[in-house]
Design a protein around this ligand. Structure first.
Ligand code: FRU
Length: 499
């Protein structure tokens, strides 16, 4: 039995989606079926397919009472929409089904764990207090039933003094012994963030275990969308902090992404931090979630937008919000590396390559253009004795528009700039990061898909993502060298209909 609220959403999305031509969306990045999309949810492999749910408000291209949209894929690139999975239609989640995750139960059903939001009692100041609890739904990959005993985790299951208003985004997984764990974001009394760890024998009965990690007001305030897993002999905690302050080149103001690498103390059940780094150094990347693929790869996805730059797109647009390209994660030299999923290679066609192009000033290259392309650029000094001052590439370029990446070898600073990418709003359009390089040698790979660019520097040591909502006719690439640069360029078209 599905509720009227869910039934209406399913009818609405099915009819309205037909008005959106495929060419008006990204091609291999999942975008909202209709209306609004934010965080990825329930990213999982279930019965032979990858499932991706998402924070979803079908009726308008702005955030509203959260449903879960749903899509499946065999290769994480060709996505097929399924009917909306859950809607805010029970007492525990009447004001929203917030972010969460999914696992397969031993009996073959899929278990969703999510945050139920409901407005609680009136406050002395006339406002209504929002309550966040953790809830379950069980289904078959298409239809889900809310667990009658929801919520399964409430303010009775958080440390005393912690916030029942900010308690969300459960990420659950199954341990080798068949029991379950989950992590959720929360706020201790100091207003900072903390990650709570819970356990369950069966996925339904949950109990508080420990405060897994504490922010102590270092990286922003509240920590949203946690994820916790082992990778290459280390433990990794990913989270998306709100209200960040920058620290040198490493973090930036607003909503950010944080990767903590360390170990796990099984006695005290706490994470022992060793290192921290930003996950993405671009403009639009938030709310990461990972899955463990059947072949053992740890694959991460994220919302390729940012709460602080939403003004970029008109609310009249029929859809808003897209996912980032799934990335394979690894740890090398103690750092998190990210690389586009290898499935992308199957979409490659139209190979064009140039080697040792020596130039100074402005340059275009025959065959290097497009808005659905995979381009790798390697630069080095054209004259080793005279380091160039700056290299830049403009892409998504025509007479009106361009987005750019520029690199200053003396400062080791890479900058992404999308102020000429069609935005009429006074929002952030640039970001800089420090990149490890040796004397002007740098390689980066760029993936463009109609409305976005994702850049992977030095084999995935750093990544930068940004959206750009410009006319697809703006598909040029232009290179600039201030001083002598020698460059290799390799380009492939990314064609979804190849197979
Ligand atoms: C992160 C977030 C989550 C929450 C969801 C609500 O972007 O704020 O913490 O569950 O979005 O849509």
């Amino acid at each position: 039995m599905i509720s009227n609220i869910l039934r209406e959403a399913r009818i609405y999305e099915e009819i309205t989606e037909q008005r959106i031509p495929a060419s008006a969306r990204p091609s291999f990045h999942l975008s909202s079926r209709v209306g609004w999309m934010n965080d990825p949810n329930g990213f999982s492999y279930y019965q032979g397919k990858y499932h991706l749910f998402y924070q979803y408000y079908p009726y308008e291209s702005k955030w509203g009472p959260m449903h879960w949209g749903h899509a499946v894929s065999e290769d994480l690139l060709h996505w097929q929409y399924l009917p909306a999975a859950i809607a805010p239609d029970t007492l525990a989640d009447k004001d929203g089904c917030f972010s969460g995750s999914a696992v397969e139960l031993p009996d073959g059903r899929q278990l969703l764990m999510y945050t139920g939001v409901s407005a609680g009692g009136w406050q002395p100041d006339g406002s209504r207090e929002e309550i966040q609890t953790q809830c379950l739904a069980v289904g078959d990959g298409m239809d889900y039933e809310k667990y009658p005993a929801n919520p399964v985790l409430t303010d009775a299951d958080i440390p005393s003094g912690s916030s029942k208003v900010d308690f969300r985004d459960p990420k659950l997984w199954r341990e080798a012994d068949g029991t379950y764990r989950c992590v959720a974001g929360n706020r201790p009394a100091d207003g900072s963030g903390q990650i709570l760890l819970y356990s369950s024998p069966d996925g339904f009965q949950w109990k508080f275990e420990s405060v897994l990690a504490e922010n102590r007001n270092r990286f922003g305030l509240m920590w949203e969308c946690p994820d916790f897993f082992q990778l290459d002999g280390k433990y990794v905690l990913l989270t998306s902090p709100q209200d960040m302050l920058p620290s040198g080149f490493e973090y930036h103001n607003g909503n950010g992404t944080l990767c903590l690498i360390g170990s796990f103390d099984p006695e005290r059940k706490v994470f022992l931090e060793e290192r921290n780094q930003a996950i993405d150094y671009g403009i639009d990347y938030y709310a990461t979630q990972t899955l463990l693929a059947p072949d053992g790869r740890r694959i991460m996805i994220a919302w390729m937008q940012n709460w602080d730059t939403l003004a970029i797109k008109s609310l009249r647009a029929p859809w808003f919000g897209q996912m980032a390209l799934p990335r394979e994660l690894s740890i090398r030299n103690g750092k998190l590396y990210q690389w586009p999923i290898r499935e992308l290679d199957a979409l490659r066609s139209g190979h064009v390559t140039y080697q040792n192009v020596d130039f100074e000033g402005e340059l275009t290259l025959e065959g290097i253009r497009g808005r659905k392309v995979d381009v790798t650029i390697t630069i080095r000094p054209g004259d080793e004795a005279n380091l160039y001052n700056k290299f830049a590439v403009w892409f998504g370029q025509d007479d009106t528009y361009h987005t750019s990446i520029s690199f200053r070898p003396l400062e080791s600073v890479l900058k992404i700039d999308r102020k000429f990418s069609g935005s009429r709003r006074a929002i952030i359009h640039q970001r800089r990061c420090k990149v490890p390089q040796s004397s002007g040698h740098l390689t980066f790979r760029m993936i463009l898909d109609r409305n976005s660019v994702e850049i992977f520097v030095n084999g995935g040591e750093q990544a930068l993502s940004a959206t750009m909502y410009t006319d697809q006719a703006a598909d040029g690439f232009k290179f600039f060298a201030y001083g002598k640069v020698s460059m290799d360029v390799e380009k492939y078209d990314l064609d979804m209909d190849r197979e």
